[in-house]
Design a binder for this molecule. Structure first.
Ligand code: AMP
Ligand code: MG
Length: 415
């Protein structure tokens, strides 16, 4: 295959991959299934919200003017003419000198212009005594104050949260148009791998990438489809990827894309007719990273080192899923900050390097604790990693107190 002779820069590789990514289709989902999905319609209020003026407190609906100038010495006395609880409608309009007992959420009687908290009044029989004035509008939730009929309140591309779901249901909606969840096939390759429920054996390691990548896909709004582990055998690799292409919108594999004797993913995919876009990216961890289109599906061949595969997912697959979900770029691009290093850091500097770090924000500044153990196989260092500090090629050390760019590893849609 005619591929990049030299490894691409991260930015060029990201852009090249995105060129081949298309949004998935739209489906209507029930509100109970909607959170964590991406909205695919403009939502406008179908009616005023709230739909009627109502009481914000338990108390008494009054005409504010009736209470003007009242005090302990000069109280107002009003006659309670009815009681309105939430869900009822008032039967009578208030005339001067009258009040209505009213509960939170109940519609305001005609003529009423304030609600007085019950703690502020004395009531004997139907007589209400007020010793301080009520102001117009006190404790009233006005019709339309939350949203006006016709007002647009949500736009396509928003990540649906519990708040969205609440508002949609307040608008009488049972279904909402959302992007389909992209199905991400996860193909893991390697003769040395065993599944977590198999007995440990000499030279074998557990296939942790299948789980980590599936979790990343799920956190990114996709549906992971984990295929059975594949041995380093060209024919088996080819048939696993062919199945992945049939079943999924996007293929993500781990392992077998480097230059070792058993790195057969590239040749197997070439046999299957991969339209390769690039192989190798000038970065660390990572570098052997293959991207192309396989049987019509975009396909990322990630390196097998557990940290490399996760970091490459964040840098390349996550943006692709963001574009498939039609999220705006600001939501899928990893947010970049400038952070102060909390300790001295050394790297080889042989490639642009992403260092796992714990990012925290305090006193108007981001701080980056670069974690010890930066080897690309050292998976536990991902545990505390909430960000990646970036060192350009040639930078071999950073001193405590120095400022460096860093990417925050916020889940898609929560940047
Ligand atoms: P590879 O990219 O296939 O050369 O693998 C590089 C390193 O990553 C090797 O040490 C593998 O054992 C390890 N590795 C590959 N695939 C996985 C996996 N699915 N889970 C955990 N480690 C893996
Ligand atoms: Mg391998």
């Amino acid at each position: 295959m005619a591929l990049n002779e030299k490894p691409l820069s991260v930015a060029d590789a990201q852009a090249a991959a995105l060129e081949w990514i298309e949004p998935v289709g739209v489906e209507r989902v029930s509100l109970l299934e909607a959170s964590g999905r991406v909205l695919a319609e403009l939502v406008a209020a179908p009616h005023d919200l709230p739909a009627f003026d109502n009481a914000a407190m338990d108390g008494y609906a009054v005409i504010a003017a009736d209470t003007a100038g009242t005090s302990e010495a000069a109280p107002a006395r009003l006659t309670v003419i009815e009681r309105v609880t939430a869900g009822e409608t008032p039967q009578r309009a208030l005339a001067s000198g009258q009040a209505a007992r009213i509960m939170t959420g109940a519609p305001l009687p005609e003529g009423a212009s304030a609600v007085v908290m019950q703690e502020r009044v004395r009531r004997e029989g139907d007589t209400l005594t007020l010793t301080c004035p009520a102001r117009e509008g006190d404790n009233i939730r006005r019709r339309g104050e939350d949203a006006r009929a016709g007002q647009a309140v949500m736009a396509p591309g928003e990540w649906l949260t519990a708040a969205h779901v609440g508002v949609l249901s307040a608008f009488h909606r049972a279904l909402v148009a959302a992007r389909r969840r992209p199905v991400v096939a996860i193909v893991t390759t390697g003769d040395e791998l065993i599944e977590a429920d198999e007995l440990p054996a000499p030279g074998k390691v557990v296939n942790s990438n299948a789980y980590a990548l599936a979790a990343l896909a799920r956190e990114s709004g996709a549906l992971p489809l984990v295929l059975p582990l594949v041995r380093d055998d060209e024919a088996r690799i080819a048939s696993a990827f062919a199945e992945a292409a049939r079943a999924a919108d996007l293929i993500v594999s781990s392992g077998g894309v480097s230059v070792g004797d058993r790195d057969l993913v590239k040749s197997a995919l070439t046999r299957l007719g991969l339209e390769a876009r690039f192989w190798r990216v000038w970065m660390k961890p990572g570098k052997p990273l293959l991207f192309g289109r396989l049987l019509g599906r975009p396909c990322f061949g990630l390196p097998g080192n557990p940290v490399s595969s996760m970091v490459c997912f964040h840098l390349f697959v996550r943006p692709a899923l963001g574009k498939m979900l039609a999220l705006p770029e600001a939501q899928w691009r990893l947010p970049e900050v400038t952070a102060t290093l909390t300790r001295d850091v050394r790297t080889k500097g042989d490639r642009p390097t992403y260092l796992r770090a714990q990012l925290s924000y305090a006193a108007d500044d981001w701080r980056a604790d670069v974690l010890p153990g930066q080897g690309s196989g050292m998976l536990t260092s991902m545990l505390g990693a909430s960000g990646l500090v970036f060192f350009p090629e040639g930078k071999t050390q950073g001193a405590a107190g120095e400022r460096a760019p860093a990417l925050r590893l916020a889940p898609l849609g929560q940047a």
